[in-house]
Design a binder for this molecule. Sequence first.
Ligand code: HEC
Length: 100
Amino acid sequence: MKTSHSARARAIVGLSMMAALILVLDTARAADGAYTLDQAARGKSVYAEHCASCHGDQLQGGAAPTLVGKVFADSWSQPTRNVDDLFYVMRSAMPRPRVG
Ligand code: HEC
């Protein structure tokens, strides 16, 4: 069925981005069993295809803000924000449409 297939595809992309995000935040590791190496690999490939052009090959930023380092970690570890908020930004607003 088309609907369930695309729902499944969205779930896979979401999970992959989650894995990439967890990797970025460095709050959990594959070795801890929080996510699998396969999920991390899928997240890496989704990131390279859909995110790196703006956020940089190493998540260092460029046209878009950095997704790694102290400023990013401090911003997203405030008590008023959680991983669900960050996931919401990614799933609802990213990748941003290209302009120009
Ligand atoms: C066309 C450029 C572009 C692409 C492609 C893009 N982003 Fe973004 N992203 C931005 C810009 C610009 C911002 C900052 C403004 C905003 O939040 O809308 C941003 C903000 C973010 C933020 C919030 C950062 C913070 O600290 O507030 C996250 C997380 C993020 N992007 C993740 C992603 C992910 C994951 C992808 C790929 C699925 C992606 N982005 C693709 C341009 C882009």
